[in-house]
Design a protein around this ligand. Structure first.
Ligand code: ATP
Length: 636
């Protein structure tokens, strides 16, 4: 038993649970405790059962086998705070009460969410009892990560290994508590990165891994050159090589993972056929003929794409330079100008990559599926993009921040509200804690007919010339009087300066974000010309064929917009989470330079505020029963 008394002096720095702070309503006291502990390499602190983690940006040897053993089966208040304690607690409650749990890991980009979720998965896989038969599931659960990271992560300015998709993973346990299966749900992969990267950023890791580490015969078969500088989709960020990333060894890991996840050689050939085709597509250069129509002169790339996707060159060439238009009862092929041809090319690259990513997730799910029928319990791990505020915020940030608003709602209803209601029913003495309920912002975004998503969808689907500016005007007309919405026209003279004519500003629960409306309609529509869809449906590459359905060609059915799909997937995610017991881990980024030991007060204070840590602490402290438990604990 490791009681507080047996903790080393270093481990006692500050308080290991903010609930024990004398001045629990004081933000400076909160910050002091967090900073003091961080400076002693104590990166974890509790607020009751919630864990606050500050990214150390250095290896603290916290995740050894010995540490895993230490935390196994021990009450989490008896040892220094740790993610293993949180994971162990969820696991033990799940086993004893036979109920389902989720662990929600949130925080901004680079705060350590993915590392945390990987460490938890490792802990569960390694420490839970298992049988020989189930070992393979354990390995697959662990090895699904490097594959998903290769295809779904990229170097950004904030994080060298940034997840560009949201992930929810259910780990299923059998009645003996052994990990028996899993299921992954992925959310909104950032497809725009396939064709464009900002300065200092890279495309998805897999492209560089393949070029650097791919076996000679594979690279040759794919018609690729090992130098990333050859590919226009890989060089826009001007940082194809990153010192912290070893693409070659990561490739080896991915290759091994493919074997464990039961990919056949044919799967690999077809999957990398698509990955390589994306690179070849990016190198297609159009020229203009005398009529101003786009033509493709150099056919080398076309030859390779044709071979890899199993589509005849002539058909591919026609589809990349023409658009099919339905005129009354007949279909007419209309030539594209240069701009539209590049648009079509990029749309195809994004579509085939994005859909292959979804195929990959399904394939992994197939190998993680538990084929045995007995009733299982689950621990869900949610590692989802944190609130994002960049210099320029686009459609992607709008979706990500909307997701964070929804998760904050979930936190309010499952925790802030629920705990106070519990105090009330149990007749516990407490003072109600005031917190901001962000329901009003969720409604601004998602309300039927009147919310931003539906207004955007209406603009996308209506006949006539809809533009990002007409969308902005519609927003002003319909939600202009909302207290959390602002445009340049609506702002007072002082606020006006920071908002451009093409911008709108949302006052999120976590702070203000100015979104540039340019590209919103296009990204929401996510249009792939009909004839390009027809062409990929004829592909001999079976992964590609699997990714597209002939029903998409039914012109009477409007495809769902990206925001509608995203909204629906979030609604079902919330439903999944609501039926489980919550545990929260809040990750904090101490500085913007990935530097160990540097704790920047302003940056951290902002995160403490929007992660709702002070409110949570107050609710926790308000519970007399909870306080009493600690008093007894301290008296011992
Ligand atoms: N517990 C830790 N110990 C040491 N280093 C860490 C830890 N957690 C994170 N890091 C470092 O910080 C980097 C960023 O962490 P991570 O990728 O988990 O962030 P994230 O919150 O998932 O970011 P994103 O939202 O961009 O995916 C890691 O690559 C690693 O270098």
């Amino acid at each position: 038993m490791h009681m507080e008394g047996s903790l080393s002096a270093r481990e006692k720095v500050g308080v290991q649970d903010f609930v024990l702070l004398d001045s629990h309503t004081s933000e400076p006291a909160f910050m002091d405790n967090l900073r003091k502990r961080f400076q002693e390499n104590l990166i974890y602190t509790y607020i009751g059962t919630m864990l606050v983690s500050v990214n150390p940006y250095k290896d603290l040897e916290l995740y050894t086998q010995k540490q895993m053993e230490l935390y196994q089966g021990v009450n989490f208040i008896e040892l220094p705070p740790h993610i293993y304690a949180v994971a162990d607690n969820a696991y033990r409650v799940m086993c004893s009460e036979r109920n389902n749990h989720f662990i929600l890991i949130s925080g901004e980009s680079g705060s350590g969410k993915t590392e945390t979720s990987k460490k938890i998965l490792q802990y569960l896989a390694v420490t839970c009892t298992t049988t020989e038969k189930l070992q393979i599931i354990r390995d697959r659960l662990l090895l699904s990560n490097p594959v998903l990271e290769a295809f779904g992560n990229a170097k950004t300015l904030r994080n060298d290994n940034s997840s560009r998709f949201g992930k929810y993973m259910d780990v299923q346990f059998d009645y003996k508590g052994a990990p028996a299966g899993g299921h992954i749900l992925s959310y909104l992969i950032e497809k725009s990165r396939v064709v464009h990267q900002n300065h200092g950023e890279r495309n998805f890791h897999i492209f560089y891994q393949l070029l650097e580490g791919g076996e000679d015969h594979l690279v040759r078969w794919l018609g690729l050159d090992r130098n990333p500088q050859t590919y226009s989709y890989l060089i826009q960020g001007e940082c194809a090589k990153v010192s912290s990333i070893c693409d070659k060894s990561n490739w080896k890991l991915v290759r091994r993972a493919f074997t464990i996840i039961e990919f056949t050689e044919a799967d690999i050939e077809h999957l990398f056929g698509i990955v390589a085709s994306v690179l070849h597509l990016g190198n297609i250069k159009y020229e203009e003929d005398t009529h101003g129509h786009a033509i493709i002169k150099n056919g080398t790339q076309m030859q390779w794409i044709s071979k890899l996707l199993g589509i005849p060159v002539s058909i591919l060439q026609e589809a990349l330079t023409h658009k099919k238009i339905e005129a009354r009862s007949e279909e007419v092929l209309s030539p594209l100008n240069l701009e539209l041809a590049y648009y079509a090319r990029d749309a195809l690259a994004k579509a085939i990559y994005g859909r292959s990513f979804n195929w990959l997730v399904n394939k992994i799910n197939g190998s993680l599926a538990n084929k045995e029928p007995p009733k299982k319990t689950v621990i869900g791990l949610l590692d989802i993009y944190g609130f994002e505020v960049f210099e320029t915020n686009s459609f992607e940030q709008f979706c990500i921040n909307y997701c964070n608003e929804k998760l904050q709602q979930l936190f309010i209803s499952m925790t802030l509200k629920a705990e106070q209601e519990e105090y009330e029913t149990e007749g516990i003495e407490w003072e109600p804690v005031q917190y901001f309920d962000n329901k009003i912002i969720c409604e601004l975004i998602e309300e039927k007919h009147r919310g931003i998503i539906d207004i955007m969808n209406e603009e996308c689907l209506r006949p006539g010339e809809a533009t990002d500016l007409s969308f902005l005007a519609k927003l002003e007309e319909k939600v202009g009087d909302h207290p959390h919405f602002l445009t340049r026209k609506l702002a007072d003279p002082l606020a006006r300066k920071s908002i451009d004519w093409v911008d709108f500003k949302l006052i999120h629960y976590a702070g203000e974000v100015t979104y540039c409306a340019v590209g919103f309609l296009e990204k929401n529509n996510d249009l792939l010309f009909r004839n390009l869809k027809e062409v990929v449906l004829k592909s001999k590459n079976y992964i590609l064929r699997d990714c597209f359905h002939s029903s998409e060609l039914d012109s009477r059915r409007r495809p769902e917009t990206v925001t509608t799909q995203f909204k629906n997937s979030l609604t079902s995610l919330i439903e999944i989470l609501l039926s489980k017991e919550p545990t929260y881990i809040r990750c904090i980024k101490p500085n913007n330079y990935k530097e160990p030991g540097k704790f920047e007060d302003v940056l951290v204070r902002h995160q403490v505020k929007y992660l709702g840590l002070m409110e949570h602490l107050r609710v926790r402290r308000a519970g007399f029963a909870y306080r009493r438990k600690y008093e007894i604990f301290l008296e011992r």
